[in-house]
Write a protein that binds this ligand. Structure first.
Ligand code: IMP
Length: 187
């Protein structure tokens, strides 16, 4: 299915993104996730910890679907290594404002790809002695895993395609799209 764009963003249309999840489908699924999280954390006040920048749209919708109170914080992570090195490290840059000690932490991530970022971030966060740590990922591209990693909550499993929109970018473009789209010729 084609996506339609206003003339101001014609450059987006020219790249012909293919629609994967329309906004209505996303909205329904995020509400389901929020309901499940509200049930699982009933009687508690989790700290939802978003990984910037990709998770900010998902976080905004997710917390508004919760029926329990929560706290919100964000971290930025810098990866050393990456695709060419398997032993890179993840460092938290732009650190947390809220303490994690004794808190139920729910990491909110846009997409799990190789799994390297989250598996390493979990290690770093556990050192801060939270009561619990779980992961809620909007998308899961499991075909590309390089380390075993399973998120506790997943919005959608997706094929091995590069996706944008709903906060996800390609070179900082496309984050504003309300739908999730696949880009052509980008692995
Ligand atoms: P990984 O799981 O450590 O490989 O890294 C996940 C990060 O890679 C995500 O937080 C995204 O920023 C980025 N990423 C991976 N796949 C995609 C994609 O299809 N679209 C946009 N960003 C992606």
């Amino acid at each position: 299915m084609r996506v339609t764009f206003p003339p101001e963003v014609e450059w987006v249309a020219e790249t012909k993104p293919e629609l994967l999840f329309p906004r209505e489908t996303i909205d329904r699924r995020v509400k389901e996730l929020a309901a499940q999280i509200s049930r699982d954390y009933e009687g508690r006040e989790p700290l939802l910890l978003g990984i910037l920048k990709g998770s900010f749209v998902f976080m905004a919708d997710l917390i508004r679907g919760l029926s329990i109170p929560c706290r919100v914080d964000f971290v930025r992570v810098a990866s050393y290594g990456g695709d060419t090195q398997s032993s890179g490290e993840v460092r938290i840059t732009g650190d947390l404002e809220l303490p994690l000690t004794g808190r139920d932490v729910l990491i909110v991530e846009d997409i799990v790809d190789t799994g390297l970022t989250l598996s390493r971030l979990l290690g770093v966060l556990r050192e801060r002695q939270p009561a619990s740590v779980r992961v809620c990922a909007f998308l899961d591209k499991s075909a590309r895993r390089r380390v075993p990693f399973t998120a506790d909550y997943v919005g959608f499993a997706i094929p091995d395609r590069f996706v944008v929109g709903y906060g996800l970018d390609f070179n900082e473009n496309y984050r504003f799209l309300p739908d999730v789209c696949m880009l052509k010729d980008i692995a």
